[in-house]
Design a protein. Structure first.
Length: 327
């Protein structure tokens, strides 16, 4: 009996085009990053877990607060500020959300001076109840205020943006050191930005890494995204608001440096931020130009979804990941 090989619905030449392959890889990785079950299964798998940990080491300080403190100290010694986040979004157990809050409170006490504390509100209760998240976030806000450090609310998927911004507004009614992260990709950010600029606290501007429909956000690969990022960055800088320009895009960094005067100054309300393991050359370049710089340091056991998003941002990092896994 003879068999016929199934035909592929994708044209061979299209499937083999590097840009198409990269886009497909990014889509798969973003899909994996949305699978909450995998964040437990992959690290616990006896075969995949050790390999994935080798990949994660490039992007994650470690699994404990001690690991984060050590890496943050190294960042400060290199002349940059540090922003430390304990990973664990989408916590759906109210008791666990309150217990996880203790880690952030401890981090506020133990991290070196010069470190801010970041968090996903869904890590501390937003996926359960907004009032629970507000109570837990208020505890972290008090702890960071008492130790003289900033607190920054991280961005989450577009389906949570209303809840995140509403809770941030409640926090800033009492605290002036609580910042917020906005995603340039989201179409709604053009309306959200003026409201956020009326509040205290740092505005952290990112491109945005979550898988979103085009009705909600620009594709990551869209040429318009860079133009939009600069539009929002200009508005923030013109307002004189505390801000972080969080990007690894060399072209954006060059353009922002030109727009901010090209010389920088250590007391500027802005800073340039990159993620751990992804932009040390960017930080060094901006620091040489006189700009304040910050590195974003993450830690915790729930690193799988975070690593998937980092790889999805630039599928060429998959090649580096293969080397890391095999090393």
């Amino acid at each position: 009996m003879t068999t016929t090989a199934p035909t592929s619905p994708v044209h061979p030449s299209a499937a083999s085009h590097p840009s198409d392959i990269a886009a497909a890889a990014a889509a798969v990785l973003r899909g994996l990053a949305l699978d909450e079950d995998l964040k437990w299964r992959v690290p616990a798998d006896p075969v995949l877990g050790p390999l994935a940990r080798r990949v994660a080491r490039r992007f994650v300080a470690g699994e404990t607060l001690d690991d984060a403190c050590g890496r943050a100290a190294a960042v400060l010694a290199a002349g940059h500020r540090a922003n430390v986040e304990y990973m664990g979004e989408s916590c759906r157990d109210p008791r666990r959300a309150t217990a996880e809050t203790e880690v952030f409170v401890e981090a506020a006490d133990r991290l070196p001076p010069g470190c801010s504390v970041s968090l996903d509100l869904s890590h501390i209760g937003l996926a359960v109840d907004p009032d629970l998240a507000f109570a837990n976030a208020s505890r972290i806000a008090r702890a960071t205020a008492d130790t003289g450090r900033e607190m920054v609310v991280s961005a989450e998927g577009a389906d949570r943006t209303d809840a995140v911004l509403a809770l941030h507004e409640r926090l800033t009614a009492t605290y002036d050191h609580v910042g917020i992260t906005l995603q340039a990709r989201l179409h709604r950010t053009r309306e959200d930005l003026p409201r956020v600029l009326a509040r205290p606290g740092r505005v952290r501007l990112v491109k945005g890494a979550f898988a979103e429909p085009e009705a909600v956000a620009l594709p990551r690969e869209s040429p318009e995204l860079g133009v939009r990022y600069l539009e929002f960055a200009d508005a923030i800088a013109d307002a004189g608001h505390l801000c972080s320009f969080a990007t690894h895009d060399w072209d954006l960094l060059r353009r922002l440096d030109e727009r901010l005067g090209g010389s920088g100054r250590p007391d500027a309300p802005w800073e340039f931020e990159t993620l751990l393991g992804l932009g040390p050359d960017r930080l060094a370049a901006m620091a040489r130009l006189g700009h304040p710089t910050r590195e974003y340091v993450v830690f915790g056991t729930e690193w799988w979804l975070y690593v998937c998003n980092r790889l999805a941002e630039d599928p060429q990092r998959l090649l580096r990941a293969v080397v890391d896994a095999a090393s």
